[in-house]
Design a protein. Structure first.
Length: 283
């Protein structure tokens, strides 16, 4: 037995922020936004204009710490006090994990994620990574409820520093190397085979389009190559994480790379870079 846990719909196109209000209005007219100051600046004024045009009421709640149990509880209280019917997470992995964890505790509240960087598959992944206040890994929290929509505006991703895209490429590549040893031990798990196939698709995309996408992102230009790599970083890598069966398969990176005070301040993909580079060269 296995489950495929994924967002109900995935939208990705340049300028999608201008349609976000229209898309959200189908599900809610009163939303609680969990974001960071930097991410909020990245999506505005386009998002606010779109929300106003759709007649949506919203309240912005900033996450300024790690995604901790205390932060989740704080934002949970805020959403309840607002009587919001939908949580909108906007930002990178830290913010999106918090938004997912909050919505997961509210059975009558929907969830939509908008990643502002393509550094991880957090907008899609069926887990929230919980840290302590010092940035050390506490646990990977499985989620029972997934986003109604995952919305990606290529223009927002393209305007970010290219290091985020590079980190996402390495993060997705690492999944292929993490799953491969399990497949060598046992080839009869359908969920595992699907994980490996999704991870392999990401590898194929990076081999064909990765170098060009990095160049395009460095120039802040939206191109087909950049869009394909963004899809691989967020959606394809997310699908690799979406196959859940009864056999636990733990990733090495989250726990091991948050023990050191130095590596805690690095993005997930950056901390995996040397390890993956060594494996990649040996392929």
């Amino acid at each position: 037995m296995f489950a495929i846990k994924s967002p109900q719909t995935y939208h990705h196109q340049p300028g999608l922020l201008s349609r976000t209000g229209e898309l959200l209005a189908v599900h809610s007219s009163d939303i609680a936004i969990i974001t960071s100051p930097k991410a909020w600046r990245a999506v505005n004024p386009q998002l606010e204009t779109s929300l106003k045009a759709a007649g949506i009421r919203w309240q912005v709640n900033f996450l300024t710490t790690e995604c901790t149990d205390a932060a989740i509880e704080k934002h949970l209280v805020s959403v309840r006090e607002q009587n919001a019917t939908l949580v909108l997470g906007i930002g990178g992995g830290r913010v999106l994990d918090c938004a997912k964890a909050v919505a997961n505790l509210l059975t009558d509240v929907g969830l939509v994620t908008i990643p502002t960087v393509a550094a991880t598959c957090a907008a899609w992944s069926p887990v929230s990574i919980i840290y302590n206040e010092h940035g050390g890994h506490v646990r990977s929290q499985p989620l029972s409820r997934m986003p109604l929509m995952l919305l990606v505006d290529t223009n927002v991703i393209a305007q970010n520093d290219v290091r985020y895209l590079k980190a996402g490429i390495v993060d997705a590549l690492a999944k292929w190397y993490e799953f491969r040893p399990y497949k060598q031990k046992s080839d009869d798990s359908l969920a595992l085979n699907l994980k490996v196939q999704a991870a392999q698709l990401a590898v194929d995309v990076f081999e064909q389009y990765g170098a060009q996408a990095v160049k395009d992102n460095a120039r802040h230009v939206v191109t087909p190559a950049l869009m394909k790599v963004i899809d691989a970083n967020i959606a394809v890598a997310g699908m690799a994480n979406s196959m859940r069966d009864e056999t636990p398969r733990r990733a090495w990176r989250t726990r091991s790379t948050t023990v050191s005070p130095i590596s805690r301040n690095c993005m997930t993909g950056c901390t995996a870079r040397k390890w993956v580079s060594g494996c990649w060269c040996s392929r």
